[in-house]
Design a protein around this ligand. Structure first.
Ligand SMILES: [Zn+2]
Ligand SMILES: [Zn+2]
Length: 133
């Protein structure tokens, strides 16, 4: 699959995080990269875009996957950074709220024109439009 150079929506994708294709690049039905060229076309609401790291391309590359081939979401590698105090009780650890995974539980609105996240002010930083949250 060729990576198109003028594809800035890819820059906004987090690595290794499946994102609904219809959320990032709406368009015609397309195919899962694992199912291959002979497979059925799928609506983009049923396909997931995943940005993979590439040893030579800094920006990585994006592939589309159907639900069956969608890679598992990797947990962000943040755990060892802040060693929990040994005195923390087990119950506290269990009760700790789980951080929402970024994509499926998107906390912010996205400008429908620019496809960028809109800050809490509701003003799109690109086109200046006010987005209702
Ligand atoms: Zn597939
Ligand atoms: Zn905008």
């Amino acid at each position: 699959m060729k990576v198109v150079a003028s594809s800035d929506w890819r820059d906004d994708l987090a690595f290794d995080t499946p994102t609904l294709v219809s959320d990032v690049i709406p368009g015609d039905d397309t195919r899962c990269s694992v199912c291959g060229g002979d497979s059925e076309l799928l609506p983009r609401t049923e396909l997931w875009a995943v940005k993979h790291r590439h040893p030579k391309q800094h920006d990585g590359y994006v592939r589309f996957y159907c639900l069956a081939h969608r890679p598992a979401v990797l947990a962000p590698p943040i755990a060892p950074a802040a060693p929990a105090r040994k005195t923390a009780s087990r119950s506290q650890r269990i009760a700790a709220p789980r951080r929402p995974t970024s994509v499926e539980d998107r906390p912010r609105a996205v400008c429908p024109t620019c496809w960028v996240e809109v800050p809490s002010t509701g003003l799109c930083g690109v086109c200046g439009e006010t987005i209702t949250l």
